[in-house]
Design a protein around this ligand. Structure first.
Ligand code: ADQ
Length: 469
């Protein structure tokens, strides 16, 4: 088996990851081994732009250390104040400043230059997420002919959003350098086709490639998954050790990074609407929202935090009583074992992003349930996970508090028989497409595409030689 070399901005260096990419890819790398290369702020600015190795994992880890100004322009700037909002349909939150794009492209070039000597001839290279879209093009410039795949963890932007991006034509050159572009859902594949057609004047070839301005992009959907069995086992064993919830109260659980794409204020408003409309309080419901801090140096993230604290105060002020606090809001990361036990105790999983590439929390909630007495998943129609989990989840419109309130009402009244049926349908789906399925199907397709590129290149070279004779 070829060695796998993955690139992503973030590396698994801490003890409890609270980002979907690191959680999922960490599982795949633990099982398969290989090399993982990331980027990092060089806090003491002593190392200079070099790759530093980090021992202590079952795979090799390296980070490109970057000076503060360059890192901030690339990471907080272009990646998280331009690409992230744009890819999540929030062109209104774009915060464009001089130097961001230059830092983004130069960090990608430096990453290629710093890591190229680590690469071996039969390595398979897998680049992750919007921070490193140009990386394959940079590696190709340095003569790398290995299979190179890309996976976008966020949604693919619609053409109307992409219009807000300056220099958007570069995206075509960047994507065309890959042998395979993996997207989360069919929705994203359709968005990419539409962008290629309307912005780049492209068309779909009979073998599925998208040809735009003489360049080809191979794209397909590979819904990311979790280690379902492992998560279920952890949830089972943690049920008694994670903090116990008052059995007289039904628990709704939400677990999200504190990001504006996750729809947290809308979720709280939906719960508030439920409380307002509740005729009697025979069912006492508590919303436990665990929201891990993220990108706190970006202004839009400071605003969402304040908004959430304000709504929590408002709802609790109106509905709290002695011994009953309707919203428990925890602004920190929680160990994953605890999380699994909490999911299992919760009667309802409340997953309501305004838009999300996939959303692993929805799958974790399903995996953690007791199959003989499972909870109900309420899921946003705009989460990528809805394509797979609509078979059993209650699907809501995340912008509409009434839709969320009605789903909570329905969820508390569903019979045990129906809960089991819904859970079974979702369980079968997430088990079939777990995180290992995701890795293997992507890499298999990547290797096939690369083989066909190499054979096309060889035929072309043979033809040129024959013509020259
Ligand atoms: P994220 O936006 O980070 O991921 P998500 O898929 O929900 O979103 O993954 C979050 C992960 O972090 C989950 O495993 C969750 O358990 C964990 N987590 C969240 N809050 C936590 C907390 N407070 N404490 C501990 N753990 C916490 C991006 C995309 C998603 C896509 C993933 C994977 O935005 O759409 O599903 O990548 O591709």
């Amino acid at each position: 088996m070829s060695r796998l070399v993955v690139y992503s901005n973030r590396l698994p260096l801490g003890s409890s990851p609270s980002g979907g990419l690191v959680v999922a890819l960490g599982k795949a790398m633990d099982r398969r081994g290989g090399v993982w290369i990331g980027a990092k702020l060089d806090e003491d600015e002593t190392t200079g732009q070099t790759l530093k190795s980090y021992e202590g994992a079952s795979f090799d880890r390296y980070a490109l250390h970057l000076p503060a100004e360059e890192y901030n322009n690339y990471y907080l700037g272009y990646a998280n104040s331009v690409l992230w909002p744009l890819f999540h349909g929030r062109a209104d939150l774009l915060d464009v400043a001089d130097g961001q794009l230059a830092a983004y492209t130069s960090v990608n070039r430096k990453m290629a230059e710093a890591s190229v000597d680590l690469l071996e001839d039969d390595d398979v290279i897998w680049i992750h997420d919007y921070h490193f879209i140009p990386l394959a093009a940079e590696l190709r410039k340095l003569g790398v002919t290995n299979p190179i795949g890309f996976f976008l963890h966020t949604p693919f932007p619609s053409s109307s959003n992409l219009h807000a991006l300056s220099h958007k034509e570069m995206l075509l050159d960047w994507l065309a350098a890959y042998d395979l572009v993996g997207l989360q859902t069919q929705r994203d594949v359709s968005a990419m086709l539409e962008v290629c057609r309307t912005i780049f004047g492209g068309q779909v070839l009979s073998d599925g490639r998208i040809r735009s301005q003489g360049q080809d992009i191979w794209a397909a959907s590979f819904p990311i998954g979790i280690d379902v069995e492992k998560f279920r086992q952890t949830a089972e064993s943690q049920e008694v050790t994670s903090p116990q919830i008052d059995p007289r109260q039904k628990l709704l659980i939400g677990v999200d990074r504190l990001d504006y794409s996750k729809g947290l204020p809308h979720k709280f408003r939906g719960f508030q609407r439920f409380l307002e409309d509740q005729a009697d309080d025979s069912d006492r419901l508590t919303l436990l929202q665990i929201a891990s801090p993220t990108r706190e140096d970006v202004e839009a993230y400071q605003e969402i935090r304040h908004e959430l604290e304000q709504i929590t105060g408002e709802v609790n002020g109106e509905f709290a009583e002695l011994g009953y606090i309707p919203i428990q809001y925890i602004h920190r990361a929680v160990p994953r074992d605890y999380l699994a036990g909490l999911y299992r105790q919760a009667a309802i999983g409340l997953v309501t992003p305004l838009i999300d590439g996939m959303n692993l929390v929805a799958k974790e909630y399903v995996a953690a349930q007791d199959p003989e007495d499972p909870g109900v998943l309420i899921l946003s129609e705009s989460a990528g996970a809805a394509e797979q989990l609509k078979c059993g989840a209650l699907i809501i419109n995340p912008y509409d508090p009434t839709s969320i309130a009605e789903a909570i009402r329905t969820a508390v009244s569903i019979s045990l028989e129906e809960r089991i049926e819904r859970h079974q349908a979702m369980w079968t789906e997430i088990l079939k497409r777990n995180v290992y399925w995701w890795t293997e199907t992507f890499l298999d397709r990547l290797n096939r595409n690369a083989a066909s590129r190499l054979s096309r290149d060889r035929s072309l070279a043979d033809l040129e030689t024959a013509l020259r004779r």
